[in-house]
Structure formats: C-alpha cells, structure tokens
Design a protein around this ligand. Sequence first.
Ligand code: PEP
Ligand code: MG
Length: 706
Amino acid sequence: MESDVCSIYLFDEKDDQLVLRATRGLKPDSVGKVRLSLGEGITGSALKELRPIREAHAEKNPHFKSIPGIDEEKYRSFLAVPIKRGLSRIGVMVLQHRRADYFTIEDTRAIQAIASHLAATLENAEILMELHRVDYGPEKERGAVEPIHGTVSSAGIAIGTAVGIRTVGEGGESVGYDTTSEAREAYESALGKTRSQLERLQNEAGDRLADVASLIFSSHLLMLKDGSFTGKMQSKIDDGVSPGQAVRAVVHEYVTLFSRSTNPRVREKTQDVEDLGHRILRNLEGAADADGDYRGQIVVARNIFPSELLKIALQHVEGVVLNEGGVTAHISILARSLEVPLILVGESNLSEIPDGTLLVLDGEHGMVFVHPSEELIERYSEILATRTRVLATPAAIPDRTATADAVPIEVHANINILRDVEHAIHVKAEGIGLYRSEFPFIVRNDFPSEEEQYRIYRRIVKEMNGKEVTLRTLDVGGDKLLPNDSNNESNPFLGLRGIRFSLSHPDIFRDQLRAMLRAGAGTRLRIMLPMVSSKDEFLATRELIRECSEQLSSDGVAHNTSPELGTMIELPAAVEAAETLAATSDFLSIGTNDLVMYLLAVDRTNEHVGKMYKHHHPSVLHALKRIVAAARANDKDVSICGDAASDESLFPFLVGIGLRKFSVEPRNVPVLKREVLKIDTREASKTAEKLLSFTTIREIETYLNI
Ligand code: PEP
Ligand code: MG
C-alpha cells in the first residue's frame, strides 16, 4: 500500500498496555518505548473496541492524541486494525500516510486478512518466548531434570514416550493356552494379523515414497512366508513350547546367525528380524497398539540405518533422538525430507532416557525435556497445533522475486526424495536446483534399474512442468554409504566419493546417465556432477554421456541429446580450477557443505573441531568470490546449493559477490524469498567488499553480529 508508516503494537496483558514492537516509518528508537493504555489514542481505541478504525483526517477523531515518538500530526490518514484471536487481544497493526483520505475500505479488508494471519504467528511466537523465559524453576522443584541440550538435525517438535529400536527382548508369557491346538491357533492368527499389517504398510509407502520405499518391508514379508523361520516356531509350539517363547527363541537364533555374517547386508537384516518378532509378539498378546506402529513414540537410539528411519517414519514415529557420533549426513537430510524431528545428543545423555520415559523434543532449539510437566506439554502441543495452521498458508509467497532495486534473484529447492517435489511446488520454488539422486540407492534394499530411475527422474521433470530441473549424478562414498558397500576405506571422506565412484563403476553410471537423458526427452535437462576435482573428470563424463546418447539413438529411444552439464564446486581443487571449470562447464553450483569441510579440514560432527566449521571463514568468503567471478567472466550460470545459501547472516555477502540463484531446502524457500525482497544489491556489494577486507574470523563475526 506504500504507506508512510507501518507499525505493530503488541498488547501486554500484565500491564494492560500496548507497546510499539516494530515499525517502518517511525523512529526506530521508539520501539519498546511508546506505550499506550487500552483506549488511548486511535490505536488504543481500535484494540479496546476490537474493530478497525480508518480515518481520512486523523486529527478529527475524538481519540486523536499527539504522542511523543509517534508524530501522529504528520500523518493525516490513519488505519488501525486490531490483531485478535477470538476475543483475546493480541495487538494492533497501524498504517499511516501523510496524504489525507489515503486508505480505502479494500485496504482495511486486506489489512484485516493480514492481521488474522499475524495473530496465529504472533501467538506462536509468544508461546515460544514464554517458554524460553521460563527458568525451569518449577520443574526443578518437582525434581525434574534440566533439558538435555543437543544439536538439531531435523527441525520440528515432538511429544511422546521413549522407545528403543525394537527388539523382542526377554519376557514371560502373558497369555496361557490350555491345549497345543489352541496355542497353534493363536500363533497362526497372530501371523495372519502381522502379514496384513505389513502389507498395509507396504501399500501405504505407495505412490509418494515409491522411489525410496519400494519393497521396504519385503524382507519382513519374505521371512513370514519362509518355512524355515515360521516353520521352526510352529514345530516348537507343536512340541509344547508356548508361542511367545517359540517366537523369542527363533528370533534369537536368527539374530545371532545374521549378526555373525560377513556380509553387511545380512548383518543389517538383524533389525528386521527383531522388528518382525516384536510385531508377532504384540499380535499374540492382542496388545492395544497391535497395529505395531510408533505413534506417540520417540525413538531413542545410538544410530540408525536410512532404511530403518524410513520404516519408523512410515509407522508414524513422532521424533528421533540419536547419539551425535552415530549420524551420517544422509540421515539428517532424509529425516528432514520425511519431516521427522531429529536431535543429536551426547552418548552419556542417551543413557538418561530409559524406555517408557515421557519426552518433549524441541527440534527448533535442540532440547530434549525428560519427564516434562503437564504445563510444558500443553505449551508445546499449542505450538504444534499453531505451526500446522501457519504452514498451510503459502498465499503470501511471491512466485518470482526481485531485490528492492529490482534485480531478479531466483530461489530454487533442493530435493532428496520424490515426496519433496510437492513441497517444493507448494512453497513456489522456481525450480529444482539440486536433486540428490542417491537416496533410492542408499535407502532401498535393491538397486534401482535404469527403468526405475527413469520413472523417478521423469516424474520430477513432469511435475515441475517446464521449470528448471537440475539432476545430480550419484554422490555416494564418504558417509553416504551404499547398503551393500563392503569397501572398507580407512578414510572414506578422502576416498571413492561422488564422481570418482561413478567413473570407476561405469555400468552403474551408464544406467543413471541413460535414465537421466531419457527423462529429459523433449525438455531442457541439466545434469550436475558432484565432488569434481579436475577437468578430466568432467571431460570423461561428457564422453560417457555422448556414448550413452549415441547408443540410445541407435536403439531408437527418445532422449535429450544435448543436456547442459554442470560442475559442483565443493573441493579446494575445484576452487583452484574454477576458471578452467567455468570455461568448460555449462554451469557451476557451489556445494558449501563439502566445500567448507574440505577447505577448512573440519568435520562438523567432531566435537573437538565442530565449532570451527564456519561458512563465514575468510578463506571460504574469498573462495566463494573467486568461484562466482570465474562463472561470470565466462558468462556461465552459477548457483549455490549448500546450507550456506540459507544462512541469513551471509545472504548480503552472497548477493554482494554476484550470486543470483540460490537453492535451499523447501522449508527455507519462503524465508529466503522474503530476504530477497528486502535486499539492495548496491548495499550488498559494499557489505561484501567490507567482509572481504577482513583478515580474521573475529572481525567478520563482529561485523555480522554473530
Ligand atoms: C554440498 O556439499 O553443499 C551439497 C549441496 O551436497 P551434499 O549436501 O549432498 O553433499
Ligand atoms: Mg556435497
């Protein structure tokens, strides 16, 4: 509305006063100082009467009052709209303009709509502020412990009881049977229930998770059908052993067998055996939660496989707490895609959380509350409910964004699994800046064929409906382990990772490249290579793509014959070769997650050096500037897709060095789009220059106020 002033006042119920909390147009130092009582001035009256007041000549309103710091007399038009939830007073949104009769009745309606959205957000913020103002005093009095502090790996809030990843454990029989045939009947009925639960789960994995969840419960179902597994249980029951004991005995036998295997894939299956045994036992006992899912539960474990995380997510787990040493980058990324809150805590803290303990997991601030009070649970439940409402409203997100000085900046999304595409579209991402193609390889039991990969990639391309899509080739190695990986590298981060893995497994690579080329038929296609350390790797891949394309042509298969081929800059070697790589590649994308780690030689999960992992380290800033300059000098598209792209404190620097394309997790797209609208590129350039002039981390942190 281009008003001269836009201010937000919040109502402090304790003092019965409205306090100016944010303004654009009034003097910034009036924030927190200007206070009005209920009914005072036009603003106070709007809240008291809980109705909007629109004045063409403010000075004529009987409530008009000249308040120091507000300069009401300067602004003739006045629009005050109460922010309320039901009848409860939250605050007032005030617009002012020098010109008389400026605001219209439509403006009033628009501001009312905004105020009602704001009400939900503010209420949420108030609860959070309140929560963090609490000194936990009352909790202590009741003997509750302080929250365990941890690292947020996947944001979100969860409330539930702690459970370990399931094992059948020891235990007696809770149900007795008079005859063997009764016992056998009960056992068979439990098997039947187990089978139908697993089939239902497998179907539920269905459409949206098909890329990663294909056959995820297949080993459970196979074992159920396998005569030696269930048959052994049956013959024990026929010999008079109780069904529960029979299940436990056979499960233990198989767990021992599997865990001794030299094949890591078989060892990984021990958990499936335990899980299956647990499910049969619960069904035997006719337990109320016999659906066997993890609703209302928070899994607490030392570590977890990607496939297990997917399984518990499908079974509606509320959240997960893991040992910080046991987590790979891909577990965090997957948890975020599956929207499972995940917090990492120290090894010693894990033992403070026995099974059955009630927990509140604050995956915004990295806190785990053990034995929370009812009041705390209530507050977090409210936050959860409000969050769900607020997330459902993407209307305010602009389709395209430009800076305050009208320079267009694109905000794309990073996606990991098919389900993320929907989310990316929902938040109006302008394209997919990074599709991490490794998830179907890492999570599934089987290796996806060319055809299956084609179907996944094609679906992404189709659903994005002409918007730019960048498919990254397989990035495995390091801590992104393939399930059947028996390569015991002593230093996997300096081993067969990313493009090196692909080039040394040409059959796997060809399948993937063919699938990508086919998915790009009739549309623009961008393929991006991870972990490139030399131009040679780029050229070798280009040659392989040429061969694949020739082969597809001679087979008469429709495909994209001229994909754009891009290089990720995430190794120091690539920074040193930035000019060469920019000249050779069709586009560059900066992967700061790895770049920062390799440039600074810091593992962010290592407690001794984790704090040294800094996106704003002077060497990182200079490297970023060099990469962007190299791309621009060669007139090549360049984007940034590591986590630094959503670091708000670094954003002016990134814009200042000339970055115009960002790719971030879908949940960060709206936030970044809002930042774009606020920034001015000329000021950003000055900020970048200033930051590049500093030689120490300390100066940079002081300047950035972090
Ligand atoms: C990166 O390294 O910044 C990146 C985007 O790739 P990934 O996080 O998949 O390693
Ligand atoms: Mg990377």
